[in-house]
Design a protein. Sequence first.
Length: 780
Amino acid sequence: MKQISDLIVPKFANWFSIDLLQNNKIEELVLAHEDPEMVVWARKYREAYPTDMNDDSGLGGVLKSGKSNFVPVVTEDMILASTSNKEQLRLLEMMKLRSVLIVPITYKTTIKGAITFVSTDQGHFYDEKDLEFAEAFASHIGITLENAHLNEAAEAEIVRRREVERDLRITQFQLKSALSSGLAGTWISDLDTETIFMDENLSRMFGVPYFPEGSRQDIIKPMIHPDDLELIQPQNHSILVEGQIYEAEFRVLRDDATHWFFARGSLELNEQGKLFAGVVMDVTLRKEAELALRENEKRFRFLADAIPHKLWTSNPDGSVNYRNQGWYDYTGIDNFDELESRSWDFLHPEEREYIAMEWSKAIEQRKDMFFEHRLLRHDGEYRWHLSRFSAHRDDKGEILLWVGTSTDIQEQKENEQRKDEFLSIASHELKTPLTSIKAFNQILARLETEGKTKNFINKSAEHIFRLERLIADLLDVTKINAGKLHYSFENFSFHEVLIYATENFQYNDSHRIMVQTSADVIIHGDRFRLEQVLDNLISNAIKYSPGADQVIVKSIKEDNGLIISVQDFGVGIETKDLDKLFDRYYRVDNTSMRFEGLGLGLFISSEILKRHQGSFWIESKPGSGSTFFIRLPLAEAEPVRPPNKTMDSYVDDQIYIRHNKKKGRLDVSWTGFQDKDTIKKGCLLMLDYLKYHQLSMVLNDNTFVKGNWSDAVDWVGTTWFPMMEKAGLTHFAHVFSHSTFSQLAAKKSIDIMAGIITTQYFTDLPSAKQWLDEICPEES
Ligand code: ADP
């Protein structure tokens, strides 16, 4: 356009412009003048006085009529007539118009725009020849513009075609690969002639011969499952509407087997008639999996409903999504939503809060749990149940769902109660005649001082004594179960009790009882019950060491407590049995046949010790013997050493905590006897230091821990570890104590929170340090 303008201006015209009509608006394509400043000025003028499209003269007129406007000489009158105010007049006069030619640009019959040539006073006056030239020029421009337009459209069309071709290629490729799998085929049906054209694949899939020239539509009919025939005759169906997608799933009976097919197609109406075409896929595998899943679910529901337990499942967040028939039968409610909205009402008010707490704890800590509670039956009776929640996890340990069961244990509970009542009555009833037998036996012993009968009398006295103890144990257990074992507390010298208890055994034939005691201490407790504990331990030591000849009983004062130990050199106990010995009626398998007993002595002893704030632990080696330990708190405790505390470390009698700056971790070492209180206190201090220094690693050294702190296990596992995790703990190295019971307690508490924090057990401190060092090498 610049080249054209240069040819025209100023030789043929002083002003030259090409204006195009776009959507009935004028758009300037070219505006040229020798002086660029004049171009700027002209544009301003055009903005201020735009061309009036309704005007019959000037540019507007040409654009409207398509006829040229030729003004060989512009007179002052003409200028005056075409202006509306003085300012416009002044401006027009500045342009010094002398002669004007405006010619339309047309293509075929449409007006595309106009070209204006203006001659000013330095120029010349246009004549007919100039008009001819101008019109020829305009028609040229028209053709050029149209060509340019066509080119643009053609280019766009080429791009569009390329895209369509590419899409088509992709579709063809997809179709080809689908078809090459042999699991998909295509068809075209001519609904007017009822002819079907199936490709080779589809023919094979239907089990009919392949006819490239097409076959009758009903060729496939015999192959279709009778119940599905309707589906593949869509011409009978209202679903087959032009422009809508047809989809159907149907069965084909081929090679004595049922195959599932999925068809997708559409109807097209064109000059050739009604064409119905599409793709069919073999979906047998998916369908079979689906059916198997449904079957499985049916089976699961049947099983779930058949079991005599109440069962439910819930999403990982705890919202229940299924309950088995047992719930509906038990509660008398027959719909899931109502059961859900009232589920908490069925719990006994005394246990509701506790269960809600445990349940949210289980979800938060993602761990299984179980407990006993009462559940309301439809007839208004509360019955005891044992409920368990367990998490079903995927391969990565993520919880998929929770499964809960509640088992009615009312009868067991009642039986247990009846058994306890029976034991209580029976032992009372046995006690009375036994007391008489004992008295008569004592009279006989006094009357008969020598000879064979004396021996028999002594033997029967021994058996009477054993029987007496068995009955006493049975009575005690029933009392403990009913919470009726009475204690009378007083301050007494423990030394006296110890001597008294051991003296009872000094006259046995097989073992010597060696007593080693340090200074006497005052204990606050029930002296007879504590004597009973010693009695039980010493008699066990004798009983379970048939090949040995001595039992060592020691008592020493240590860390504000009295430690009493009873050591034998007998059969010993395996570690796996150790912490079960205190359960009611528990007897180690390999001893139960060889030694008589009821498995009650240690249960009663541990109950007595609990009431004395005492603790119990055992060190044992199978084949070498066992040592049973008791720790009793002293009545007059010595004042404890006040803690020494700074921002970086803490030390008291039980624990030493240090911020190890160099290694970026918390170093903790515990010392001496620990119980629930000392463990809690020390653990909370560790939490404070971990938070304060923003640490993620802990070296927890238990090497010097003594005794048994099993009553703190639950708190450590379920409360403290999660708090530590929240505070940033990621790695926990634990060095075991030498005490087996302390080891058991540590393992249990760490196992409770397994998976949350990376933990590792060690038997020596250097290996634990090395493990932590390797996780986070020392900063240089
Ligand atoms: P009982 O001795 O009547 O069976 P206890 O409650 O006193 O009941 O002991 C429970 C179990 O602990 C015993 O059956 C035995 O297996 C084991 N046990 C107790 N003391 C010893 C010991 N000193 N040595 C080995 N095993 C022992």
